[in-house]
Design a protein around this ligand. Structure first.
Ligand code: FAD
Length: 390
C-alpha cells in the first residue's frame, strides 16, 4: 500500500485548505432545526465552490476526482472542524445508489440537489418488526395504474422531519420468499398520506422519527432498479453506508481524541488526569485504536481503488469504530468526574462540556447501520467464511 500523496493530490489539499480558511464553517447552532438550516447553507456553499461530490461524475455536478481526493476532502473538513454534512443519507447512500442503479432521468433529477442540499434525503428501511431482519419488512406497495399505493410504517428514520425524499423499501410481492418481493422506491416526503412523528432519544435529541404511510401514491417511475429486485440494491446501500462513512468516522473520532487529550492535560480532577496511570493507559489505548482504524480503513480503500465495490469488510470498520468511539467518550466522561453529569445539548461539535451528550448519543452507534451482533455475523460468514449459525 502506498501511503504517500501525489503532487496533484497535495495541490488539491492546499487549495481546499486555503478555501476553508477563507470560508470557515462557523459555529453550529444547538437547536436541531437551526442546525439543519445552518447545515444546508454550509453544504450549499461548498457545492457552489465545487467541493461537494468530489468523486462523483462531473456531468451530475460532482468534481470527477478520485476517491483519494474525496478522502483528502474529509481530512481537511475534519481539520477545519466542519460539522457533518447535513445531507448525509443522500451523499453516502442515495447518490451512490442512483449513480449505480438509477435511470438517466433519475440521475438528472436528483444528483445535483443532493449535492447542493437543496433536497434532504432519509433512509426508510427499518420497521417496528424489521430491523436486523430487514427482509421481514411489511410496508406494502400495490401497483395501481402508473403508481404504487403505499401503506405501512417505518421507524428510526433519521432526519425524516427535514427530509424531502425517502429511500423506501416496500413489499411488492408477499407470495414469494421474503428477499424476492422487495422494491426500492423513492418517495417524495411531501406527498399526502406521509406523517412523520419525532422520537425523543436518551441524549435529549429528536433526530430520528416514526414515519407512517397511508394510501401514499408514488409514481412507478420512482422505482430504483426493477420491481421486486430491491433487496440487492438495499444491500449495496448498506455497504456504502458502512464503508464510505469510515474516513468520516475515523476523523471524527481523531478530532474527539485530540480534544480529549487536551482536556486530560488540564482537567482539575484530584491531579492532572494525564498523570494518572490508569487513565494514561486508557488514553494510550484510545490512540492505538484510532491508528488501527486508520490503517484498516486504508487497506479496505486500497481494495476499492483496485476496482472493487464496498464489500462486507466495511462491517469490520463499522464494528470497530462504533465500539472504540464509545470507549473514548466513556473515558472523557470519567475524566470529567462530577462535571460529567452536566449535559449540554449539541450533537455535533466536540467541545469541553458536551462529552456526556456525545457519550449518550454514541450508544446508538452500535445499533445504527446494523447492530454489533449483526456485524459479527457478517464478518464470520462473509469475510472469514465460517459456517452459518443454525
Ligand atoms: C441512531 C440511529 C439511527 C438510525 N437511523 C436509521 C435510519 O435513518 N433509517 C433506518 O431505516 N433505520 C435507522 N436506524 C435503525 C437501525 O438500522 C436498527 O435499529 C438496527 O438495524 C437494529 O434493528 P432493531 O432496532 O429492530 O433491533 P432488533 O433487530 O430487534 O435487534 C434487537 C437485538 O437483537 C440482536 N439480534 C437480532 N438479530 C440477531 C441475530 N441474527 N444474531 C445475533 N443477534 C441478533 C440485535 O443485535 C439487538 O441487540 C437507526 C438506528 C439508530 C440507533
Amino acid at each position: 500500500m502506498d501511503l504517500s500523496f501525489s503532487p496533484a493530490e497535495e495541490r488539491f489539499r492546499a487549495d481546499l485548505r486555503a478555501w476553508l480558511e477563507a470560508n470557515p464553517p462557523g459555529a453550529e447552532p444547538d437547536r436541531l432545526d437551526l442546525a439543519v438550516a445552518h447545515g444546508k447553507a454550509w453544504q450549499g456553499k461548498l457545492y457552489e465552490a465545487g467541493w461537494c461530490g468530489v468523486h462523483w461524475p462531473k456531468q451530475y455536478g460532482g468534481r470527477g476526482a478520485s476517491l483519494i481526493e474525496q478522502i483528502i476532502f474529509q481530512e481537511e473538513m475534519a481539520r477545519a472542524r466542519s460539522p457533518q454534512l447535513v445531507n448525509l443519507a443522500g451523499l453516502t447512500m442515495g447518490g451512490p445508489v442512483l449513480i449505480a442503479h438509477g435511470t438517466e432521468e433519475q440521475k438528472q433529477r436528483h444528483l445535483q440537489s443532493i449535492l447542493s442540499a437543496k433536497e434532504i434525503w432519509c433512509q426508510g428501511f427499518s420497521e417496528p418488526n424489521a430491523g436486523s431482519d430487514l427482509a421481514a419488512l411489511k410496508t406494502r406497495a400495490v401497483l395501481d395504474g402508473d403508481s404504487f399505493v403505499v401503506n405501512g410504517q417505518k421507524v428510526w428514520t433519521s432526519f425524516a422531519r427535514y427530509a424531502d425524499w425517502c429511500m423506501l423499501l416496500v413489499r411488492t410481492d408477499p407470495e414469494v420468499p421474503k428477499h424476492k418481493g422487495i422494491t426500492f422506491l423513492l418517495v417524495d416526503m411531501h406527498t399526502p398520506g406521509v406523517t412523520v412523528r419525532p422520537l425523543k432519544q436518551i441524549s435529549g435529541d429528536e433526530d430520528f422519527n416514526e414515519v407512517f404511510f397511508e394510501d401514499v401514491r408514488v409514481p412507478r417511475a420512482n422505482v430504483i432498479g426493477k420491481i421486486n429486485a430491491g433487496w440487492d440494491i438495499a444491500i449495496t446501500t448498506l455497504m456504502h453506508e458502512r464503508q464510505t462513512l469510515t474516513f468520516n468516522r475515523q476523523l471524527q473520532s481523531r478530532v474527539a481524541l485530540n480534544q480529549l487529550l487536551a482536556m486530560a492535560r488540564r482537567h482539575p480532577t484530584t491531579r492532572p488526569a494525564a498523570r494518572q496511570p490508569l487513565l494514561r493507559q486508557k488514553l494510550a489505548a484510545a490512540y492505538i485504536d484510532s491508528e488501527a482504524m486508520k490503517y484498516t480503513a486504508l487497506r479496505n480503500l486500497t481494495k476499492v481503488l483496485r476496482g472493487g465495490e464496498p464489500g462486507p469488510e466495511g462491517s469490520i470498520e463499522k464494528l470497530f469504530w462504533s465500539e472504540m468511539y464509545q470507549r473514548l467518550l466513556e473515558t472523557a466522561v470519567e475524566i470529567e468526574g462530577p462535571y460529567g453529569q452536566l449535559l449540554k445539548a449539541s450533537p455535533y461539535a466536540v467541545e469541553e462540556g458536551i462529552w456526556p451528550h456525545l457519550m449518550l448519543y454514541s450508544r446508538g452507534r452500535t445499533i445504527a447501520a446494523g447492530s454489533s451482533e449483526i456485524q459479527r455475523n457478517i464478518i464470520a460468514e462473509r469475510v472469514l467464511g465460517l459456517p452459518r449459525m443454525r
